[in-house]
Design a protein around this ligand. Structure first.
Ligand SMILES: *[C@@H]1O[C@H](CO)[C@@H](O)[C@H](O)[C@H]1NC(C)=O
Ligand SMILES: *[C@@H]1O[C@H](CO)[C@@H](O)[C@H](O)[C@H]1NC(C)=O
Ligand SMILES: *[C@@H]1O[C@H](CO)[C@@H](O)[C@H](O)[C@H]1NC(C)=O
Ligand SMILES: *[C@@H]1O[C@H](CO)[C@@H](O)[C@H](O)[C@H]1NC(C)=O
Ligand SMILES: *[C@@H]1O[C@H](CO)[C@@H](O)[C@H](O)[C@H]1NC(C)=O
Ligand SMILES: *[C@@H]1O[C@H](CO)[C@@H](O)[C@H](O)[C@H]1NC(C)=O
Ligand SMILES: *[C@@H]1O[C@H](CO)[C@@H](O)[C@H](O)[C@H]1NC(C)=O
Ligand SMILES: *[C@@H]1O[C@H](CO)[C@@H](O)[C@H](O)[C@H]1NC(C)=O
Ligand SMILES: *[C@@H]1O[C@H](CO)[C@@H](O)[C@H](O)[C@H]1NC(C)=O
Length: 401
């Protein structure tokens, strides 16, 4: 094809996109690695709006906010007064039927991503809490989020949520969900600091049968996220914001990093902040009858989260409790046991049994890191290697074991 034909084709595609209602003016770019979305911190406001601290101003026009497409009632807010936001900057409040969306391109269909975003509220009013639901969608995935504020001393939460790109072009949508409250109450959820991270291929480290057992792979952590990131419950591992692990059943765990906490090992770790209902699990392929070594580190973040912290952990046939005596000064225990696999699938899981409060009001808990599951008898290592190669079909995994 000559360049004239290319130009013609391009024009046709753009014309078709306009017909399909794809927002072309705002453009879209390919998200690889990790990045804030375009104007993901909302610090660039609508051209003709100036807000003072603590103010909310309705935004007029669906393209008035740089980077985003708007629908329904959307307000531009400035932190201050009753409005508290990450970095004390700006955010958007989703009022009645309020919606913001942004189109981005995935590197390829099938790429796993984690979205990081903060949710807050405009106003102290109790009734606002109930109407603070936001539906987050990257089709066909969607999940409802609500300001919880039980896990940080702040009046906003930062969440991570995973999805798998089903297409090259994706539309991220935040939509307010009418709560079952007084329809005349106009307060809605405030969204801030929206970022994406694409997880490349994640390989298990040498000898460790667990994927991401050291938790070095996790969602994007904003520079100022000093309270960690809540990982939403997820049962489908393919769309987990913590690669390799499922989360739940019904409460989040927290992803923390060494920039803001003392972590037992490396840069990332998991804090079990929800007693009983917030656990992490991973299945590993094992050979029945074979001996395995299992170990992990449990500690505290040097953030005054102290007390006798009891967790329940499982490694295949073994279920045990371990109590870590936390002084809140950044200590840790190394727990190490051996077991014989009874099945071709061995479940590894961690759950906190005790309840702890970091600063009197917000939940905190023990930190888990450096989880390892290894074949104990090295003579049989080759057969394990072959089994995991056959099952995973991943040449890279075979080569790294
Ligand atoms: C801002 O500009 C839009 C169009 O660009 C206009 O419709 C709207 O009324 C303006 N808002 C204010 C507060 O001036
Ligand atoms: C904060 O909220 C309270 C209760 O709704 C209200 O009385 C007060 O005026 C608000 N303060 C500001 C600065 O908006
Ligand atoms: C982090 O917070 C400080 C103080 O609130 C602020 O000055 C700075 O701009 C923030 N950094 C980012 C990357 O948002
Ligand atoms: C959230 O939005 C998506 C897309 O519009 C929709 O399919 C889903 O049902 C919504 N979830 C809830 C709980 O309303
Ligand atoms: C909401 O406001 C309208 C108009 O002011 C009023 O008629 C209605 O009773 C109010 N609804 C509730 C549930 O208070
Ligand atoms: C682990 O495998 C078992 C049996 O195959 C399955 O029932 C369970 O849901 C899996 N759990 C996780 C966390 O993948
Ligand atoms: C933790 O347990 C130890 C031994 O059972 C006990 O002596 C200590 O008082 C407990 N500490 C707290 C803070 O409960
Ligand atoms: C672990 O602790 C819980 C709660 O204290 C208790 O009910 C359970 O029996 C303990 N499990 C084991 C294996 O010790
Ligand atoms: C814990 O924090 C204190 C003060 O912030 C610091 O002096 C100490 O070295 C830290 N401990 C560890 C184990 O990092």
């Amino acid at each position: 094809m000559g360049w004239m034909q290319w130009l013609q084709t391009l024009t046709n595609i753009m014309y078709a996109m306009v017909l399909l209602g794809v927002v072309w003016e705002q453009g879209s770019w390919t998200v690889t690695g990790q990045t804030l979305l375009q104007n993901g911190d909302f610090e660039t406001g609508p051209a003709n709006i100036t807000t003072n601290s603590g103010q909310e101003v309705p935004i007029v026009g669906q393209n008035a906010l740089p980077g985003w497409k708007l629908q329904g009632t959307v307000l531009y807010v400035s932190s201050g007064g009753n409005i508290s936001l990450p970095n004390d900057g700006h955010g958007v409040e989703l009022g009645l039927n309020g919606q913001i969306s942004q189109v981005f391109s995935a590197e390829k269909p099938g790429s796993p991503y984690a979205l990081t975003f903060s949710i807050g509220q405009a106003g102290e009013k109790d009734e606002c809490l109930a109407s603070n639901l936001v539906n987050v969608t990257v089709s066909p995935y969607s999940q409802l989020f609500q300001l919880n504020a039980q896990f940080t001393p702040e009046s906003w939460d930062t969440y991570a949520w995973g999805f798998v790109a089903q297409d090259i072009t994706l539309d991220l949508v935040f939509k307010s969900q009418p709560g079952e409250v007084d329809p005349n109450v106009t307060c809605g959820p405030v969204i801030d600091t929206v970022a994406l991270k694409e997880f490349g291929t994640i390989e298990s480290s040498k000898g460790n049968l667990l994927l991401n057992g050291d938790f070095e792979q996790g969602p994007y952590i904003p520079v100022n996220a000093s309270h960690g990131i809540l990982l939403a419950p997820v049962s489908d591992i393919s769309s987990s914001s913590l690669p390799g692990w499922s989360i739940g059943p019904s409460n989040p765990v927290k992803y923390i990093d060494s920039a803001h906490f003392h972590v037992p090992n490396g840069a990332g770790a998991v804090e079990l902040v929800s007693p009983q209902q917030g656990a992490i699990q991973q299945n590993v392929t094992t050979v029945p009858g074979l001996a395995y070594g299992f170990s992990f580190e449990i500690g505290d973040g040097n953030d005054s989260c102290f007390g006798n912290m009891t967790i329940k952990f499982q490694a295949g046939p073994l279920t045990q409790n371990h109590t870590y005596f936390s002084g809140g000064f950044g200590g840790k225990d190394l727990v190490s046991i051996g077991f014989k696999a009874e099945s071709t699938s061995t479940l590894v899981s961690f759950m906190s049994l005790s309840k702890h409060y970091g600063d009197g009001t917000s939940f905190c808990g023990p930190i888990i890191d450096n989880v390892m599951l290894m074949v104990a008898s090295s003579g049989l290592r080759l057969s394990i290697m072959l089994v995991s190669c056959i099952i995973s079909f991943t040449l890279t995994l075979c080569l790294t074991i």
